[in-house]
Design a protein around this ligand. Structure first.
Ligand SMILES: [Zn+2]
Ligand SMILES: [Zn+2]
Length: 183
């Protein structure tokens, strides 16, 4: 399975490389590349009254890159704040199953919560969200196990409480999907 990481707007390169490495570590037999091209932030997705971008609008634009990149999955990464209607914000969104996913780094930085900068914590949170969204593209739904990477988190404490792993119920589903790409 080939995963491509797509920058949406300007994004810190170190965190992209950290996500790239972690995706290769957790998913067996995947290759993961950071695309050279950057997708401009679609200004139509901006909601001026919320000061946020509509996640699903950006996700639909990511689809344009699937064919060009030749990847099986595209993970868009952006620094802008994302929302979907009825939720205050989202850390990310994905087609389930599908080829595209997006995560926002905006609320993963400790500084957002008035805490001191912590690169390792920021990188770990980014990795967790990336793996979670790629999990959705493999058809995995949310898991009831609060430490599983597929648990739904709507605040940073819930993200921090998850471990960087699929639980024993989710992992076989991941393997089944990945095996389809090996054929
Ligand atoms: Zn989710
Ligand atoms: Zn699980």
């Amino acid at each position: 399975m080939r995963i491509a990481i797509l920058r949406i707007g300007s994004v810190n390169m170190d965190v992209l490389e950290s996500i790239q490495k972690s995706l290769c570590d957790i998913f067996p037999e995947v290759s993961c590349a950071i695309l050279k091209s950057t997708m401009p932030i679609p200004e139509k997705a901006y909601n001026p009254s919320r000061h946020q971008y509509h996640s699903s609008d950006i996700l639909s634009k990511i689809r344009d890159y699937v064919e060009k990149s030749g990847a099986d999955r595209i993970l868009g990464v952006t620094e802008v704040d994302l929302y979907v209607p009825r939720l205050n914000f989202v850390f990310g969104e994905a087609e389930c199953p599908g080829k595209t996913a997006i995560i926002s780094l905006f609320r993963l930085k400790p500084e957002f919560y008035g805490e001191p900068t912590d690169w390792n914590l920021f990188a770990e949170r980014s990795t967790k969200e990336a793996i979670h969204e790629i999990g959705h593209t493999l058809g995995l739904e949310h898991c009831r196990n609060s430490t599983c990477i597929m648990f739904f988190s709507n605040n940073i404490q819930m993200t921090d409480a998850k471990i960087l792993k699929f639980c024993e119920k989710c992992w076989p589903k991941v393997l089944r999907w990945i095996s389809l790409f090996a054929e």
